[in-house]
Design a protein around this ligand. Structure first.
Ligand code: 5BU
Length: 513
């Protein structure tokens, strides 16, 4: 695949030597290589790509040294010599490969330079998958089984490399090796090895410190501080969802019955089965303040819905009897109850909000909604409440993207929220969102609110799409509120939603029938 001539051997670039001569020349040029590496290290220090002080790392630990190799894009000569040195150092002893792929974003320009100068095809991993069209993780031309080498700038725990590794493997590429510019020596090599990936680095943090000391750029005290930090701070892999948890099957073309096999949650499997048996993916949202009205409506439409969504905190005449009756209706008509509580506090408080107070939500709601803003503690809080009650058949939907106009769910927030959902997929049954690309796993259920018979909006920011639109955009269950509760003919309207949503789902799973 690669050219037989060494194009990237910078000192002899113009000669373009055959490899056998290259290897003889290698020992002579070793000194020059080391000199160039040392100059690069000094240069990186000069341009502030490497700083000393007290820095909070992505993984939440403080560090006396910080790398910000993103700045190299402003120094093309540094970027060029760094890329060439990395390639020269690793090139001759790599496993065979057909493509290279830089870990987004800092390693992208490095990989691009190597790709152009060594004439190796490159692939790009999308950090956020497209919100429209096909869910493509990797851009570029490749065949299943092609081999790919990963390129990275700085490695701490190795989690960013593993995310790229997972996506490349998900798309059918074979990946055995990664090359990196700097190894911070904090467990990256070991973490990657435990997932079957080799890693080689152009330089280690220790080498960098020794060079800067030799060149008079740092004092012995700083070197000792960094060495001490490395020896004491090994960083484990955090929040990494391994490949086996991401099914290669596309949920949009799978039946609910098949997907019941893919979930780890008892209640998600139950919901999938109810949908398939009753041929309905309609969730009715009853935002009424009167308990009798709610029970009456639930008994009228119970046969046509898979899920009943309520807001218990708006009921004016709440009582234990109301809950007893509601649970009885759910049993009689075979639907699940979703309390749209949108928990959003720290784990300790959420645990109490879920199981205590007048409502004792965990005792009757099969499912609840949760904002992931507080981080994983919120899931642990809910689970802790259930452990005390020894409840097994409960779950939650994570709110990743809201239907309201101007919502603040940024792309980064959504990516992190989906990751949280996948890490806790024993308890998280699905994701509340508007677009199919946010639900990567067939075991997770996409719940989409903001549905009416026609596209439109209300006066307070709610935005509506039609049943066909939301199902095509990935909705497994569509939430309809006022589109039904304010209709003249409630039963007729419920039936119309049921039919249109179900037909759209059937068309989605078998487009040619
Ligand atoms: P509507 O009457 O169909 O607009 O009611 C929608 C319901 O869905 C309402 O209970 C909201 O609280 C709920 N909802 C929503 O509309 N949009 C969202 O993004 C989320 C929930 Br999350």
């Amino acid at each position: 695949m690669l050219s037989k001539l060494c194009k990237l051997c910078a000192p002899v670039q113009l000669l373009r030597l055959p490899y056998y001569l290259h290897s003889k020349l290698q020992s002579i040029t070793m000194d020059s290589f080391n000199q160039r590496l040392k100059s690069l290290i000094v240069k990186l220090h000069e341009i502030n790509a490497l700083k000393f002080g007290n820095f909070k790392m992505k993984v939440g630990i403080n560090s006396p040294v910080y790398f910000d190799l993103r700045v190299i894009v402003s120094y093309p000569k540094v970027m060029g010599s760094l890329s060439r040195l990395l390639w020269e150092f690793s090139n001759s002893s790599l496993d065979p490969f057909d493509h290279i792929c830089g870990v987004p974003y800092t390693a992208l320009p490095i990989a691009s330079i190597i790709s152009v100068e060594a004439d190796v095809p490159m692939l790009i991993r999308r950090k956020e998958t497209k919100d429209y069209g096909t869910r493509k993780l990797i851009e570029g031309k490749f065949e299943e089984g092609d081999r790919c080498l990963i390129i990275e700038d700085v490695v701490t725990s190795g989690s960013s490399i593993l995310e790229t590794f997972r996506d490349l493997k998900t798309e059918g590429l074979s990946v055995t090796e990664a090359i990196v510019v700097v190894d911070r020596e904090q467990g990256g090599i070991q973490n990657l090895a435990s997932h079957g990936l080799k890693m080689r680095s152009l330089c280690t943090l220790t080498q960098i410190m020794n060079t800067l000391l030799e060149k008079g750029k740092v004092d012995q005290n700083t070197v000792d501080q960094v060495k001490n930090y490395i020896s004491l701070t090994q960083i484990p892999l955090k929040d990494y969802v391994p490949l086996k948890e991401v099914s290669k099957r596309n949920r949009l073309s799978m039946s609910f019955m098949d997907r019941a096999q893919e979930t780890k949650s008892l209640v998600a499997a139950k919901l999938f089965r109810i949908m398939a048996e009753k041929r309905t993916n309609l969730c009715l949202s009853m935002d009424t303040t009167n308990s009798m009205e709610l029970l009456e409506l639930a008994s009228k439409v119970g046969a046509h819905i898979c899920l009943l969504k309520i807001h218990i905190d708006i009921i004016k005449d709440f009582s234990k009897d109301f809950i007893t009756n509601l649970v009885a209706l759910a049993k009689e008509y075979n639907f699940l109850i979703l309390e749209d509580r949108k928990f959003a506090d720290i784990g300790h408080v959420v645990k109490l909000q879920y199981s205590q107070g007048v409502h004792e939500i965990s005792s009757w709601a099969d499912l609840v909604t949760v904002h992931p803003i507080p981080g994983p503690g919120i899931i642990s809080g809910l689970k802790a409440a259930l452990e005390e009650l020894s409840q097994q058949d409960r779950g939650c939907f994570i709110v990743v993207e809201m239907s309201s106009q101007g919502n603040l769910n940024s792309a980064d927030y959504k990516t992190a929220a989906v990751k949280l959902a996948m890490t806790h997929s024993d308890f998280v049954v699905g994701i509340v969102c508007q677009s199919s690309s946010l639900v990567p796993d067939p075991g997770l259920i996409q719940l989409t609110p903001g549905v009416k018979l026609d596209k439109g909006s209300d006066t307070l920011g709610q935005q509506y799409n039609s049943p066909e639109h939301v199902v095509l955009n990935g909705a497994d269950v569509a939430v309809v509120g006022r589109g039904i509760t304010e209709a003249q003919d409630i039963i007729g309207t419920v039936k119309e939603f049921q039919t249109r949503l179900w037909e759209a789902y059937e068309k989605r799973i078998s487009p040619n029938e």
